[in-house]
Design a protein around this ligand. Structure first.
Ligand code: NAD
Length: 396
């Protein structure tokens, strides 16, 4: 099959196995080029196939030499359809990890379900005994509650009043005004149920009760705050409510884990291009401006640079410093006042006619396609390629 990108808005329905493998290898090379981390030994990553979760798995494995179990929800190739990017990423990750003699197994399915939690516990018991780091990096539009069976949908909406702002179609570069109606109480409740802390807490509880969480274990979940510019749609919007719930969950889990020498944190990460962030209105335009400024300052980071820094400097590099809400912060470089003042200045002026000059939309687009394995030098996109790639531990 000759695999080309097929996209609609922020969704790309094809992925390229060799390109995804190249992407994973690039991230591994970055981590291997950094000083190694004296860190976790057995790591569970929930949401391990793309974005921040994949970067977490790569950093733990290739910098701390940790055994990793990755949980995710991806699709293998079938008929004329390619697999999803996260499927190809995970296949490449396992191959590279096994090549270096590292334990790496994956579980594909609905992480919100009790069955998948039990399957994970059984695998930990069988192969690792216990895990000492649990990273929760799920991003999902829907969740089926494992007890009540209720199906929740999350929304990306402001709260209280409509929100109008600039947004960009990153394929065409056309900047337009977007207006979003506020979420109602029911939508907020459902967004919190999908992206808040309940499922994270269920995971930690299940692992703990099953005796597979080591004494002194750490658990992490990821969050975002961002600048005032995006607050109406993010921090103060429906997703922001879910993130507040995540903070409260972290405090509860931290108190519980402390009894056994452990800890729980929310880490506030920077805005990066992932399948999830490209779906948020306004955010791609903000990220395009941010990229330009952070590249100019030499402080540009992607998921891997962020997570390597989180593990090496914040979590396993001495005393973890937290903010007034007990959160780890690796969004420090994004939030520097001089960067944000300049973002605001450019935001006022940006439009379709000057977008190339005032932002790095080209990099945004390129990074978007790279998420699906496209736009890599050295990959022959005209070659006929077998889309049916196996993930070693799933297909064994
Ligand atoms: P992503 O879309 O790249 O990854 C989501 C992961 O969740 C994938 O591995 C996917 O397979 C998995 N997943 C989704 N539904 C699942 C299910 N039902 N069962 C099992 N796995 C499932 O997302 P991301 O952008 O890396 O986001 C991860 C976390 O990081 C989120 O909490 C997000 O809010 C946070 N974060 C993201 C950004 C950003 O700019 N992207 C910034 C700061 C924080």
């Amino acid at each position: 099959m000759i695999i080309q990108p097929k996209f609609r808005g922020f969704v790309c329905t094809t992925a390229h196995p060799e390109g995804c493998a190249t992407h994973v290898r690039e991230q591994i090379e970055y981590v291997k080029g950094q000083p190694s981390i004296q860190g976790p030994k057995n790591v569970l990553v929930i949401g391990a196939s793309t974005g921040y979760g994949l970067a977490s798995r790569i950093s733990a494995a290739f910098s701390a030499k940790a055994a990793t179990i990755g949980v995710f929800f991806e699709k293998p190739a079938s008929g004329k359809r390619t697999a999803t990017a996260g499927w190809y990423n995970s296949a490449a990750f396992e191959q590279e990890a096994h090549r270096e003699g590292l334990y790496a197994k994956s579980i594909n399915g609905d992480a919100f379900s009790n069955e998948l939690k039990q399957q994970t516990i059984d695998l930990i018991k069988k192969d690792l005994g216990q895990v000492d780091l649990v990273i929760y990096s799920l991003a999902s539009p829907k969740r089926k509650h494992p007890v009540t069976g209720e199906l929740f949908s999350s929304v990306l909406k402001p709260i209280g009043r409509p929100y109008a702002s600039k947004t960009v179609d990153f394929h065409t570069g056309v900047v337009s005004e977007v207006s979003i109606e506020p979420a109602n109480d029911e939508e907020i409740r459902q967004t919190v149920a999908v992206m808040g802390g309940e499922d994270w807490e269920m995971w930690v509880q299940a692992l703990s009760e099953a005796g597979v969480l080591a004494d002194g274990a750490t658990t992490l979940a990821y969050s975002y705050l961002g600048p005032t510019l995006t607050w109406p749609i993010y921090r103060d919007g429906s997703i922001g409510r879910a993130k507040i719930d995540l903070d409260e969950t972290a405090h509860r889990l931290d108190r519980r884990l402390k009894e056994r020498g452990g800890r729980a944190y929310v880490s506030v990460n920077k805005a990066v291009v992932t399948q999830s962030s490209s779906a948020i209105p306004v955010v791609p335009l903000y990220i395009s401006i941010l990229f330009k400024l952070m590249k100019e300052q030499g402080t540009h980071e992607g998921c891997t640079e962020q997570i390597y820094r989180l593990l090496s400097e914040r979590l396993y590099g001495g005393e973890a410093t937290v903010d007034e809400n007990g959160r780890l912060r690796i969004d420090d470089l994004e939030m520097k006042p001089e960067i944000q003042e300049e973002v605001t200045r450019l935001w006022e002026k940006i439009g379709t006619d000057n977008i190339k000059e005032l932002s790095d939309l080209t990099s945004y687009r390129e990074e978007f396609f790279r998420l699906f394995g496209f736009e890599f030098d050295g990959v022959d996109y005209k070659a006929d390629i077998d889309p049916d790639v196996k993930i070693p531990s799933i297909n064994e």
